[in-house]
Structures are given as structure tokens and as C-alpha cells.
Design a protein around this ligand. Structure first.
Ligand code: ADP
Ligand code: MG
Length: 356
């Protein structure tokens, strides 16, 4: 049975350095949650505290209704996969995978059955007699995964497990991990600094910056409604243009964009006169010839600085005063604008938000 996981006001100091700050997070049984954040933001430290390899400075951690902070790692029933596989090099695949069962004194025949089942699940049952150095990186990572799940953990922690794999293999393993989670019916807490991994795999993503949870949301909400500038620029591509809020209206506000053009944007709590950043995704920006009529509330004149043909779409960099605005348009018979073309870029009110 999958378990819930709750972190309550978790703090971690290394000496004077505050590495994990006020973590409050409740993960549902069977949920796939990802910690997404840049290197050094505290992801591994948070995971280690859950697994029992580090002790929180304060706060509490619950698996189901049970507090685990005073339990040693091996009594928490947590499976863990690391970035660097951490397989025992002198043991065969089967010996590696049986290890957690030996430690738990599972009877031999039962253990062998569990090992076969785990190896079948990761599609490595043909390789049980090999040594780790006779396997590719992707295969080693599958074995590490088999070893982490062989004792039926109720929760699986994975710390950048795909980081060392090349791109194709990573795409494949993403789908494999999602399949395995469904088949095992296990709660997963996954760590990555790769937004694509996070967006594809997760039920919810917890974005971490400098030791703090900045936003916890499902992929679509995170992409469409980032809470602040950090989340907006860390998840997906975005335009972030300086702006001033001139007048707050009922559910939007009049703004001046980049000190030059008037517009209307959604607000995120700003008041009259506030300075902020106008956030708009490149795929939400329209582009047209300067002379063409624009009937959107936000429009800025500019000049195409360069146009990159990307197959299914074109990416334009448009210089508007001191700002460069990125535009992504699908190539479906649309007009192409070459470098040097005077254009107007425009977008809807509902597609832009003032962020702090
Ligand atoms: P991430 O996994 O997000 O890259 P970490 O959790 O590994 O980040 O590290 C967060 C911060 O804590 C970093 O600044 C790191 O240098 C520091 N740190 C990690 N482990 C230790 C430790 N054992 N002693 C002192 N500082 C540490
Ligand atoms: Mg790490």
C-alpha cells in the first residue's frame, strides 16, 4: 500500500548555513511529487532527511500517521535511488538486488521470487548473473531501481536518477518510471533540476529555491500561473519585461510596459504605482507587420532581430526599445518575418501577469 508523506515545518542547518527552510508539504498516497530546483537549493538534503540519512534541525516527518524522525533509515521502509547508481561492483545483479532482503532476513525462496519479480518489472531478468561493469548506464540504473523496490517500500525516493543518462535513454526511462510507479502503486518523491522531467512525470511539482518551497502545484498550473519571477523563468520559456502598474482595476490593471507602451495585464497582488515584471509566454505573443491593424490590448512596435526556423515553429527575437521579446509561432502557412522587418508584437490580457 502506498503511504502519505508529510513534512512539518522542517528546518536544516549545517552549522550557521540554513539549507532547508520551513518545509511544509503533504504528499498523498500514490502521488508522484517532484522537487524541482537549481543545484544547491537543498533538494538532496530534504530527501536525505526523509530517508533517514540526515536529521532535521527541527520539525517533524510523518509516513502515514507515524512520525519517523527518530527511526533509523532501515526501519522507515523507504526505497531510494541515487544519481550515481551506487551498485556494489563486486556483486552480481541478483546479489545487488537481493541485498535489501538479506538485511531484512527474508527467507531465501521468498527472496528469490521477489528478486525475479523486481528484475522482470525493470525488464532486466536476463541479466541477473552479470556484474555492474558489464552493464550500460541505463541498465545499471534499472538495477538500482529494482534494488530500491524489491522489498515493497510504501514510498520511493529518487534523487536525479536520470542525470547521468544520455538524452534518448532519459526520455525512455521517464516513461518506464511512470509505468513502474503505476504497476507497483507506490508513492514517489522524485528530485530533478530538469524542468522537462518534472513537467512530464509529476502529479505535482514542488519548486525549490534557496532552501524554500516557492510553489507547489500541478504541471499545468505551474506553467500557466507561476507565482513569482523565479518560478516563471525556471519552468518553461518566458518573457519578463519591466513594467509599472498605473491603475488597478477590478480583475486586471492598466500597466506601462518597459516604460514605453500602455497595456492591460493580470495582477498578482500589486497596488497602484508598483513596479514589477510583465510575464508572457513566447507562444502567446502574436507578431504582425507594423502597418497591420492590431486589436489586442497589449501591443509594442519592434524590429525582428533574428528569426530561427525550428521545423514545426519559428522563434523570433524582436527588439522593442531596450527589451528583446521572444515570440514562438507555429509554421502552419503563417507569414514569415525576416531579420530587420518592422513588426508589432501583441498579446491578450489573460495571457500576461505582473509578477514580483
Ligand atoms: P541540491 O541537491 O539541491 O543540489 P543539496 O541539498 O545537496 O542541494 O545542498 C544544499 C546546500 O547545502 C548546498 O549549499 C550545499 O553546499 C550544502 N550542504 C549539503 N550537504 C552539506 C554538508 N554535509 N555539510 C555542509 N553543507 C552541506
Ligand atoms: Mg542534489
Amino acid at each position: 500500500m502506498p503511504t502519505s508523506l508529510e513534512m512539518k515545518n522542517i528546518q536544516k542547518f549545517y552549522g550557521p548555513i540554513h539549507v532547508v527552510k520551513d518545509f511544509d508539504l503533504h504528499i498523498q498516497p500514490g502521488e508522484f511529487v517532484t522537487f524541482l530546483g537549481p543545484s544547491g537549493s537543498g533538494k538532496t538534503t530534504a530527501l536525505k532527511m526523509i530517508a533517514g540519512f540526515e536529521t532535521p534541525t527541527s520539525g517533524d516527518i510523518f509516513l502515514g500517521s507515524r512520525s519517523v524522525v527518530d527511526l533509523p533509515a532501515y526501519e522507515r521502509g523507504i526505497g531510494m535511488v541515487f544519481q550515481n547508481y551506487a551498485l556494489f561492483p563486486h556483486m552480481t545483479v541478483a546479489e545487488n538486488v537481493v541485498f535489501p532482503l538479506t538485511v531484512r532476513k527474508v527467507p531465501r525462496q521468498q527472496a528469490e521470487e521477489k528478486v525475479s519479480r523486481a528484475l522482470r518489472l525493470v525488464k532486466m531478468d536476463q541479466y541477473s548473473g552479470r556484474y555492474p561493469n558489464q552493464l550500460s548506464g541505463g541498465q545499471q540504473q534499472r538495477i538500482a531501481l529494482a534494488r530500491a523496490i524489491v522489498f515493497n517500500p510504501s514510498i520511493l525516493l529518487m534523487d536525479e536518477p536520470l542525470g547521468a543518462l544520455d538524452r534518448n535513454l532519459r526520455e525512455h526511462m521517464k516513461i518506464e518510471i511512470m509505468r513502474i510507479q503505476k504497476e507497483l502503486n507506490v508513492t514517489v518523491l522524485f528530485v530533478t533540476h530538469d524542468q522537462d522531467e518534472a513537467l512530464t512525470m509529476s502529479d505535482r511539482i514542488a519548486v525549490i529555491n534557496e532552501g524554500r518551497l516557492v510553489q507547489v502545484d500541478d504541471s499545468r498550473s505551474l506553467y500557466a500561473k507561476p507565482k513569482n519571477r523565479f518560478v516563471a523563468s525556471f519552468v518553461g520559456e518566458s518573457n519578463m519585461i519591466p513594467c509599472r502598474v498605473d491603475r488597478v482595476e477590478e480583475d486586471s490593471g492598466k500597466v506601462t510596459v518597459a516604460g514605453i507602451a500602455p497595456g492591460t495585464a493580470q495582477l498578482s497582488g500589486q497596488t497602484d504605482g508598483a513596479n514589477g515584471w510583465l510575464f508572457v509566454r513566447p507562444e502567446h505573443v502574436e507578431i504582425g507587420l507594423r502597418s497591420a491593424a492590431v486589436n489586442l490590448p497589449n501591443a509594442i512596435d519592434g524590429v525582428v532581430e533574428n528569426a530561427l526556423f525550428l521545423g514545426e515553429m519559428t522563434r523570433y527575437m524582436v527588439r522593442c526599445g531596450d527589451e528583446i521579446i521572444t515570440v514562438k509561432r507555429q509554421n502552419r502557412g503563417e507569414v514569415h518575418f525576416a531579420g530587420g522587418t518592422p513588426v508589432t508584437v501583441s498579446w491578450k490580457t489573460e495571457d500576461c501577469t505582473v509578477l514580483n
